[in-house]
Design a protein around this ligand. Structure first.
Ligand code: NAD
Length: 442
């Protein structure tokens, strides 16, 4: 084991602080996806020299050509940063030798059993550890269960013999990016950061303060990890609650959308959440199960999470039943009918179909014998039940027996849709301003 003398340790911390303050620190971002690419761009814009590391040759080539594949980052922003050599990408982890900081933004999916899949974090850390050196700041940003940074990442880096808080600095900082949100982007979403030691937290705070507007230091990595899980569990449970209210309103014949809009006029103590066809994306349907997995080990059943997970999981079935009911009301069976889905991304104005409830709704309708087509300006093709579907122009809705609005993209021409479609099941209240017997609302 290598032990650094005290003077050398202080030197390592002081030199890193100085490099961060003067923005001469060489920044590395591991995982150039929806989270990592915008983060890399912000640090390059702040004047740092940024190297992205990703296993995907396609993404690395795109970045090095100045081409963005993430909706929130335009090629006009990325191109000049790459051309001026402020930013580049590689698949080769040996660049870690020359880096001063690393943010880890790799995926953290669930296994089929709903257990956390740590394999991406572990494999990224194994590679980082091969080229790890004194004077580095490492920050995990991937959403994960409380304890991951200290239980999984720290031992892998500490194998080097370097001492955390002295020779190197380790933090967790939850990523809160909201793809497709034009108001809140990486730069102006407050950044929570917690370190293994107070010196780590301070190093993390100093680092983010160079590129982002607001930094919120917390006392530990576990607090920072838990912050993210509280935020996403809060959303998941409130969506579960409002979905259950929607099911109740449907049963007793009340327009749930009108109820929510009126309740939202209360200036305190109420925050509106909206029902829909089910949860989607890489965060809300997944992250709360990281928490329930962890707390189960401590003997606590996360009952709200399980219940909300159950109700949210029922919503695609409810939508499929709603479509079947609407068709039956006009004398048509589902079997053999053409159903056109408007929007397949998991939320408005983005191209991400991960965990999208549209896939569940479409799958259920196919299994009931319907033929499915879809329109989505952001998703040119998708694979459904082993078949490749291509996006159709919006006019294709005119040839369908029933249209289902699953994702309420801003670009859709809803007035024209109402003209051409014979029957519309609207799961998002996208047709709020219209009134027609053709419309069946959730
Ligand atoms: N997408 C969101 O809206 C969002 C929001 C908040 C938090 N998060 C969290 O951030 C993390 C990243 O999510 P994302 O949406 O950016 O994922 P993503 O799939 O878009 O990007 C992850 C990238 O990591 C790369 N990668 C995988 N393993 C790697 C490895 N070992 N080394 C280097 N690169 C590797 C992949 O090729 C991919 O480009 C996840 O933990 C997610 O839960 C995502």
């Amino acid at each position: 084991m290598m032990i650094q003398p005290l003077a050398e340790q202080q030197l390592a911390a002081g030199m890193l602080q100085e490099k961060i303050r003067t923005r001469t620190a060489r920044v590395g971002i591991v995982g150039l996806g929806y989270v990592g690419l915008p983060l890399a761009v912000e640090f390059a814009r702040a004047g740092f020299d940024v190297t992205g590391i990703d296993l995907s040759y396609k993404k690395v080539e795109a970045v090095n050509a100045g081409e963005s594949y993430v909706g929130d980052i335009s090629g006009d922003v990325l191109g000049p940063l790459v051309a001026s050599k402020k930013m580049r990408a590689t698949t080769d982890f040996s660049v870690v030798r020359d880096l001063d900081t690393i943010n880890i933004c790799v995926p953290t999916p669930l296994r089929k059993t709903k257990d956390p899949d740590m394999s991406y974090i572990v494999s990224a850390c194994q590679e980082i550890a091969r080229f790890f050196h004194a004077g580095m700041l490492v920050i995990l940003e991937s959403t994960t269960y409380p304890g991951t940074t200290e239980e999984v990442v720290l031992p892998m880096l500490a194998k080097s013999g370097l001492q955390v808080g002295k020779d190197f600095f380790l933090c967790f900082s939850p990523e809160r990016v909201d793809p497709g949100n034009p108001k809140y982007q990486t730069i102006n979403i407050p950044k929570v950061v917690g370190g293994v030691t107070a010196a780590c937290t301070e190093m993390g705070r100093l680092f983010y303060a160079q590129a982002l507007e607001t930094v919120v230091p917390v006392s530990s990595t576990q607090v920072a990890e838990m912050v993210k899980l509280l935020e996403n569990t809060y959303r998941m449970i409130n969506i579960g609650l409002v979905n259950e209210i929607a099911l109740m309103c449907d049963r007793i014949g009340i327009n749930v959308w009108e109820v929510i809009d009126a309740a939202a006029t209360k200036p305190f103590g109420f925050m509106p959440f909206y029902p829909g066809p089910g949860l989607g994306g890489h965060c809300i349907p997944i992250d709360p199960f990281y928490l329930s997995w962890k707390t189960k080990q401590a003997g606590i059943e996360a009952r709200f999470i399980e219940l909300a997970g159950y109700i949210n999981g029922q919503m695609p079935h409810f939508v499929a039943d709603k479509v079947q009911g609407a068709l039956n009301d006009v004398g048509k069976p589902v079997k053999g009918t053409r159903i056109h889905v408007m929007g397949v991304a998991y939320k408005r104005d983005i191209d991400d179909v991960r965990e999208s409830p549209a896939l569940d709704v479409m799958g259920l309708l196919v299994r009931r014998g319907a033929t499915i087509t879809y329109s989505d300006p952001h998703v040119p093709s998708l694979s459904l039940e082993g078949e490749e579907l291509k996006a159709q122009p919006e006019t294709a809705a005119g040839a369908a027996d029933c249209v289902v609005i699953v994702t309420d993209h801003s670009d859709f021409d809803y007035a024209a849709l109402l003209q051409r479609a014979p029957l519309i099941v609207d799961t998002r209240n996208a047709l709020k301003r219209f009134s027609s017997p053709k419309i069946v609302r959730l």
